[in-house]
Design a binder for this molecule. Sequence first.
Ligand code: PLP
Length: 430
Amino acid sequence: MTSKNPETLALHAGWRRDSATNAVAVPIYQTTSFQFDSTEHASNLFGLRELGNIYTRIMNPTQDAFEQRIAALEGGVAALALASGQAASAFTIQNIARAGDNIVSSTDLYGGTWNLFANTLKDQGIEVRFVDPTDPEAFRRATDDRTRAYYAETLPNPKLIPFPIAEVAAIGRPLGIPLIMDNTAAPLLVRPFDHGAAIVMYSATKYIGGHGTSIGGVVIDGGNFDWEAHPARQPMLNQPDPSYHGAVWSQAVKPLGPIAYILKMRVTLLRDLGAAIAPFNSFLFLQGIETLALRMRAHSDNALAVAKYLASRKDVARVIHPSQHSGAAAERTARYLTKGMGGLCGFELAGGLDAGRKFIDSLKMFYHVANIGDARSLAIHPASTTHSQLTAAEQAATGVTPGYVRLSVGIEHIDDILADLGQALDAATA
Ligand code: PLP
């Protein structure tokens, strides 16, 4: 596929037709195992002298088409689809950091990622050093000899301030430290590899699917990072791996292309921890991707219109949307969100907690769910749900105030979206 246009890649990259039946749609290869042609074929596959299907925990043709398509859209060289976004986040770190190592991460993270980093990885001996993303130099200051990666979200909510990808990637590269970006909120709107990131991950559960039917994740290798340049910095890719006959991944994978990071993840972490994606879910994500470009445009247009509408209401104390930023946050928005500002929008009701609850209970079309990125419009009141276990001070630190409402604006007609918001605001502030 020679096109660089996402609308075309979304329909054609990584697949033409089924080699056995000529089927145009990617079949759901619902099989656990694949017959070897011969003992030589089997041993070549296991020895990585040849890439091919062995067992669906490690790879599967439906999954392969999904991986190739998303890698092409992202401008990367290869991808690994996984059972969830959580598995994808965990694997991006565990692939290059082990007990005694650390990573430096932005504080502005999805709550599940925060838990993974602050508790589970910590219990595994991997320290996560959290720093303020408004100051790129904070990443350098938190770095030491055992720092293996930088990590951040492109467009984290609730603040919705774009992360300084190029600035932080530029700090890491001369030190041999890759920047890993969670691009869940901004597929096609931002391509982190274009700004110097080395690895991109997604919760495919959100916009990639768009239909709200399937949990999944995916990690994409940019193929643009020199893992060998600082061998002491990246020992897990440059020292013999006892779990694979002493393979040195940066060397062993060279004949197959610049895919050492992602291939190692597949044949070690996925092999051992088993967070495999079901073929059916890979199929459903392929269906979602076909309309991703259209949907991201519609989400962005609608959320921008919602932000303008909310800003015009007297009962709304504050609107949180990239279009509403000023100062450095506005400069980052202008630099990174050139193709659209995404579908997320937050706002604060002047009436606080009670008004927030009443607003949610009055919505008729918006769904009240703890999800984002669905084609349908979604809303949640974090202070009484996702963040209710936190103290008021902790809530404030994460950007959640008592009257804060988070919207994931869908692709319905804008008139219907504004009508539902308007009647719920009227009811909440009556
Ligand atoms: N990253 C972000 C930004 C998310 O919003 C989420 C889920 O809400 C995840 C990661 C985790 O993904 P999943 O729910 O697919 O495990």
